[in-house]
Design a protein around this ligand. Structure first.
Ligand SMILES: NC(=O)c1ccc[n+]([C@@H]2O[C@H](COP(=O)([O-])OP(=O)(O)OC[C@H]3O[C@@H](n4cnc5c(N)ncnc54)[C@H](O)[C@@H]3O)[C@@H](O)[C@H]2O)c1
Length: 388
């Protein structure tokens, strides 16, 4: 689908317009809508992005969300939105069990799609989504936003140019504590039917994507262990709901080429709020990033006399750093929501110039393959090869 034919010229000789329909309007809906609203204000883009319509399940709630989040209107009729030729991008911000069906419908309608992670509930679904995106010749992406902090982007650049030498080890943890308390009610996040897996699909999915983005390594085989500490939770109606997903999921990985990695995702680590941390060790240096100090990179390079070597902290909000110059003067930091803005900026740019955008659905398939192989490995108690 040619974008020049899709895009309507905006009033007053303005940029061509890209109209966005967003499905779902809660946590990620807020993060995404901020990105759609802000992208043109801080970056020079080839399109004017218009947050057009929110699609929800309840008309009143969707209308209130559209008003608050800056969309022009709201509807409960996804089919009508997909049939509307003036809608260019469908943003899927709903729970995991709906990603496949909403995305497939959007692809059939030849819309470009940005879908939340994990891409699907199963590898079979993920592959079908990637195949249809390719067949329809539309552009697709996955909201693994942590790739696009200035510091993670810099880490990827440093590793690619050989600053730390060949990567030998990755150690990554994503620790939260909101399910440590057994009285926290059940939700779509604690039921296999709606989320597929627990901390694993929720948090390890990000670590797997970040590993691939930072190092270019491909997972070869995995072994894992999982635990559900609280097996029932209040169902919100005076009863109990079964919890059939992991509270914590740990796995080890072997990569193609001989590097190895360790991964830990948990939602039951008291005191840890959103501790998303990855450390990459190479032959001659190491790099560590922690979301809770997201503008910094801890870097060890052997570039000083031996007795003066040590980790140093690089503040990644200087105009030479990725995305930074579009925001504020040097050292004026950005936050969580900016990673989503960067995601939109790169996606919209890729729509215009045909450049690659990652993560796309092929990347989503790769992440899903690792998720699924480690689930199988934890169940069997063995190492399992990650399917290609
Ligand atoms: N990229 C990230 O860092 C990140 C962070 C949190 C969540 N997520 C992912 O984003 C997705 C949404 O998570 P959330 O935290 O926003 O959830 P949420 O529960 O806060 O919001 C879900 C929204 O989807 C709507 N919804 C549910 N089922 C629907 C359906 N079938 N059709 C239309 N709307 C539907 C709900 O009404 C609600 O507006 C999940 O896949 C999750 O894994 C990603």
């Amino acid at each position: 689908m040619s974008l020049s034919s899709q895009a309507n010229a905006a009033a007053g000789g303005d940029l061509p317009v890209l109209n966005v329909a967003m499905v779902g309007h809660a946590f990620m809906g807020r993060a995404h809508s901020n990105a759609w609203r802000q992208c043109n204000r801080f970056f020079d883009l080839p399109f004017r992005v218009v947050p057009k319509v929110i699609v929800g399940r309840h008309a009143e709630r969707a209308a209130a969300a559209a008003h608050k989040l800056g969309f022009e209107h709201a509807t409960t009729d996804l089919d009508a939105v997909l049939a509307d030729p003036t809608i260019h991008i469908v943003d899927v911000a709903t729970p995991n069990d709906s990603h496949h069906d909403i995305t497939m419908a959007a692809l059939k309608a030849k819309k470009h799609v940005l879908c939340e992670k994990p891409l699907a509930m199963t590898l079979v679904q993920a592959k079908a989504m990637a195949a249809l995106a390719k067949k329809q010749k539309v552009r697709v992406g996955l909201w693994h936003n942590y790739r696009r902090a200035p510091a993670t982007r810099l880490a990827a650049q440093m590793i690619a140019r050989g600053d730390i030498g060949a990567v030998r080890q990755v150690r990554a943890v994503y620790l939260q504590d909101w399910l440590a308390d057994a009285s926290v009610p059940a939700s779509w996040r604690t039921s296999k039917k709606t989320c597929g897996s627990g901390a694993h699909g929720d948090l390890n999915a990000h670590l797997i994507d970040l590993t691939r983005a930072l190092t270019g390594l491909e997972f070869e085989s995995v072994c894992g262990v999982q635990q559900t500490f609280t097996k029932e939770r209040p169902d919100g109606a005076g009863g109990k709901a079964k919890v059939d997903v992991d509270d914590a999921f740990l796995f080890l990985a072997k990569f193609k080429g001989g590097a190895i990695g360790s991964y830990e995702a948990t939602r039951t680590a008291p005191g840890r709020k959103n501790h998303n941390c990855i450390e990459v060790s190479g032959e001659k240096g190491s790099i560590r990033w922690n979301l809770e100090r997201m503008n910094e990179l801890e870097v060890f390079l052997q570039d000083a006399p031996r007795d003066a070597q040590g980790f140093r902290t690089v503040m990644c909000m200087d105009s030479v750093h990725p995305y930074a110059a579009n925001w504020w003067p040097d050292g004026h930091i950005v936050g969580y929501e900016h990673t989503f803005v960067h995601h939109v900026v790169d996606f919209v740019t890729a729509l215009h110039d045909g450049s690659a955008f990652a993560p796309n659905f092929e990347d989503g398939v790769a992440v899903q393959a690792v998720l699924e192989a480690s689930l199988a490995a934890a169940k069997a108690g063995n190492w399992v090869k990650v399917p290609r």
